[in-house]
Design a protein around this ligand. Structure first.
Ligand code: S3P
Length: 423
C-alpha cells in the first residue's frame, strides 16, 4: 500500500485494548476449573486468538464475542498439539503453566518467526524446577510433560516479563516458594492478575515470589488500553507540525510508561488526565508537537518500552541530532531482528541510521525524506512504525506486508491513519 504524507495529525482516539493483559486474562481464567469469567474490552487480534485457541484445545470452553471473551468453563483437561502462531507470550507463558500440570503431555509450535525465537530462556530455569521439556535445539517446537515441580530462587539473566511470568505460573503448582529476581523491573501484569485471583504472591521492583498450592479463583477483567498501540498516534502527533492527539483509556502501569518519559525528555508536551487507579491504572493521554531534541535511550528504561523502540526510532528521526538506543540487544529476538528491520526501514525512507550490537544510532534531520519501499517482514510493530514514518515524511512511501498489524492492531490503518489496510 502507498502511505501518503499527512498534512497535520489532530485526532482523539480510544486506546486499543492491551494485548499482554488480554492474553493473561484469558489464559489464567481458562486454566482454572472453577466457573465462569468475563474478559471485558478484550483485544481481538491474531495473537490473542492464538491464546484462546490453545486454551480451547486444552479443554476450556471459551466464547469470543465482539466486546467480551467469556470463559464458560476452564480447566486443562486434554493433551494437545498447540499452534501458538506468531505469539511468543502464548508459547512462553503456556510452557511455564503446563510444566506443573501432571498427567498432561503437550507440544507447542509456532509460525516461521516464532520458530526462530529462543526458548532456552524459559526451558533452563523450568528444568531446574523439575520440568520435563523436550526441544531439539534452542527454539520451537517443543513438548512439555507435566511433572512435580519444586520452587527455585532464580536470577534472570535476560530482562523478560515472559520468562518471569512462565516461572511464576510454574511456581503456582510447585512445592514451596519460587522467587524470580530481575535486573530491571519488567511489566508486572502477571503478578497483579495472580494476586487478584488469590495467589500467594509478593512483588517489588527487584523480585517476584509465589508460594505454590494456594486455591485460586476466577476474576472478571476489564482490559485497559495498550500503551504500546497508543505509541503510534503519540508519535504521529509529537513528530508533525501542529500535531495533537488525545488517546483515551491508556494503561499507565509504571512498568509500561517509558514512552511517555521519552516523549517528555525529547520535548513533546504530554498530559495525563482522568487517572483511574484500578488493578491496572488508566488515563487519557494528550500529546502535542513541539521542537524535538535527540535522546539516549538505555539501561533500566529498556524493559519499560521494549516494544516501542521501532516507533521511538522514528521519533528520533524527526528530532534534530544524533540519538542512541543502547542496552537493547533483546530487539534481535523479537518477531523480527528489530535492530535490523528498524534500521532498514529508516534507511529506506532516507534517514541516516546505523545498527550497533545492542541498539542503533539515528541521525535525525528534523524531517524524514520518504519515497522508498519498506517491507514489514511480517512484523506488526515494524509495519505500523513504517506507516507513521511515511505519514511524517515529505514524500510518503510504499509499505509491503502491511497486514502484519493484525497481530496487535487489526484496524490500525483505518483507525489511526484513516486509510484502508489492503495493499
Ligand atoms: C510481553 C513481554 C515482552 C514484550 C512482548 C509481550 C508480555 O517480551 O516484548 O511483546 O506480554 O509479557 P519479553 O518479556 O520477552 O521482553
Amino acid at each position: 500500500m502507498f502511505v501518503e504524507p499527512l498534512k497535520k495529525f489532530d485526532k482523539t482516539l480510544t486506546c486499543k485494548p492491551d494485548k499482554s493483559v488480554t492474553h493473561r486474562a484469558v489464559m489464567f481464567n481458562a486454566m482454572l476449573d472453577c466457573g465462569r469469567a468475563t474478559v471485558k474490552n478484550p483485544l481481538i487480534s491474531a495473537d490473542v486468538l492464538s491464546t484462546t485457541d490453545c486454551m480451547k484445545r486444552l479443554g476450556a470452553q471459551i466464547e469470543v464475542g465482539e466486546k467480551t471473551i467469556e470463559i464458560v468453563r476452564g480447566g486443562i483437561r486434554k493433551n494437545a498439539e498447540l499452534d501458538c502462531g506468531n505469539s511468543g507470550t502464548t508459547m512462553r507463558l503456556l510452557t511455564g503453566l503446563l510444566a506443573g500440570c501432571e498427567g498432561r503431555e503437550v507440544s507447542l509450535y509456532g509460525d516461521e518467526s516464532l520458530s526462530r525465537r529462543p526458548m532456552k530462556r524459559v526451558a533452563d530455569p523450568l528444568r531446574k524446577m523439575g520440568a520435563q521439556i523436550d526441544c531439539i535445539g534452542l527454539t520451537p517446537p517443543l513438548s512439555v510433560t507435566g511433572a512435580k515441580l519444586k520452587g527455585i530462587d532464580y536470577e534472570m539473566p535476560v530482562k523478560s516479563a515472559q520468562v518471569k511470568s512462565a516461572l511464576l505460573l510454574a511456581g503456582l503448582f510447585a512445592d514451596g516458594k519460587t522467587t524470580v529476581h530481575e535486573q530491571s523491573k519488567s511489566r508486572d501484569h502477571t503478578e497483579r492478575m495472580l494476586r487478584a485471583m488469590g495467589a500467594s504472591i509478593e512483588f517489588d521492583d527487584k523480585k517476584a515470589c509465589v508460594v505454590g498450592g494456594a486455591k485460586l479463583h476466577n476474576v472478571d477483567v476489564e482490559v485497559c488500553g495498550d500503551i504500546s498501540s497508543a505509541a503510534f498516534p503519540f508519535v504521529l502527533a509529537a513528530g508533525g507540525e501542529g500535531g495533537r492527539t488525545t488517546v483515551k483509556n491508556v494503561g499507565i502501569n509504571p512498568t509500561r510508561t517509558g514512552i511517555i518519559d521519552v516523549l517528555r525528555a525529547m520535548g513533546a508536551d504530554v498530559k495525563t488526565e482522568n487517572i483511574v487507579e484500578g488493578f491496572e491504572p488508566v488515563a487519557d493521554v494528550t500529546v502535542r508537537a513541539n521542537t524535538l531534541r535527540p535522546i539516549v535511550v538505555g539501561g533500566g528504561l529498556i524493559p519499560r518500552l521494549i516494544d516501542e523502540l521501532p516507533i521511538i526510532a522514528v521519533l528520533c528521526a524527526v528530532a534534530s541530532g544524533e540519538s542512541v538506543i543502547c542496552d537493547a540487544a533483546e530487539l534481535k529476538v523479537k518477531e523480527t531482528d528489530r535492530i535490523k528491520t528498524t534500521v532498514d526501514m529508516l534507511t529506506a525512507l532516507g534517514v541516516e541510521a546505523v545498527a550497533t550490537d545492542d541498539g542503533m544510532r539515528i541521525y535525525g534531520r528534523g524531517r524524514i525524506e520518504g519515497g522508498g519501499v519498506v517491507d514489514s517482514c511480517g512484523d506488526h510493530r515494524i509495519a505500523m512504525a513504517a506507516a507513521v514514518a511515511m505519514s511524517l515524511s515529505k514524500k510518503g512511501g510504499t509499505l509491503l506486508n502491511a497486514d502484519a498489524c493484525a497481530v496487535s492492531y487489526p484496524d490500525f490503518f483505518g483507525n489511526v491513519l484513516g486509510l484502508k489496510g489492503e495493499e
